[in-house]
Design a protein around this ligand. Structure first.
Ligand code: MN3
Length: 201
């Protein structure tokens, strides 16, 4: 089967002023679309054509690097868009809030730790909040890897992720990745993250 670019769940200007329209147009319409097209090219005519995206993650180490990079890029971005929205942000509630407080002491401490990990990723990559052995953890992966991949140093079921590639923020924030991470909190749909948490547990 071949993969298709999912529509954004909102308009390209919906996340302004935190993420600008041009960045969204290029990020979704060019970068994410590129991962989908290159993934389809990389698997065409091979046995990988019949695998799901999740299966491609699980065996990432066994596939050509183009499959790993583009399958990761497609999965990561498909995961990234719906966890954000206009009029979002705030703080989590319910069981997720309890788990965050239990793990980091407070929501503010969690945000601090997440921002630290996102800031420390050298070059391109992602930072994640995930479920591991029933608990929560924060980790980061390089390039378009993610914690579902067999080659990931940190394995978990992601429930929130932030893209820290420069293409995600450079037009508006230039070299100021920490400002982009701070702005990201205004966009997080904690209802979506809480659903993912409930499923991952
Ligand atoms: Mn990206």
């Amino acid at each position: 089967m071949s993969f298709t670019l999912p529509d954004l769940p909102y308009a390209t200007n919906a996340l302004e002023p935190h993420i600008d329209k041009t960045t969204m147009e290029i990020h979704h319409g060019k970068h994410h679309a590129g991962y989908v097209n290159n993934l389809n090219k990389a698997i065409a005519g091979t046995p990988l054509e019949n695998k799901s995206l999740e299966e491609l993650m699980k065996d990432a180490s066994k596939h050509p690097v183009a499959v790993r990079n583009n399958a990761g890029g497609h999965w990561n971005h498909s995961f990234f868009w719906p966890q954000m929205g206009p009029k979002a942000g705030g703080s989590p509630s319910g069981k997720l809030a309890e788990a965050i407080n239990k793990t980091w002491g407070s929501f503010d401490k969690f945000k601090e730790e997440f921002a630290k990990v996102a800031g420390a990723r050298f070059g391109s990559g992602w930072a994640w909040l995930g479920v591991k052995d029933g608990g929560l953890c924060i980790c980061s992966t390089p390039n378009q890897d993610n914690p579902l991949m067999d080659i990931a140093e940190c394995k978990c079921q992601p429930i929130l992720g932030i893209d820290v590639w420069e293409h995600a923020y450079y037009l508006k924030y230039q070299n100021r990745r920490p400002d982009y991470v701070t702005a990201f909190w205004n966009l997080v749909r904690w209802d979506v993250v809480a659903d993912r948490y409930a499923k991952a547990k």
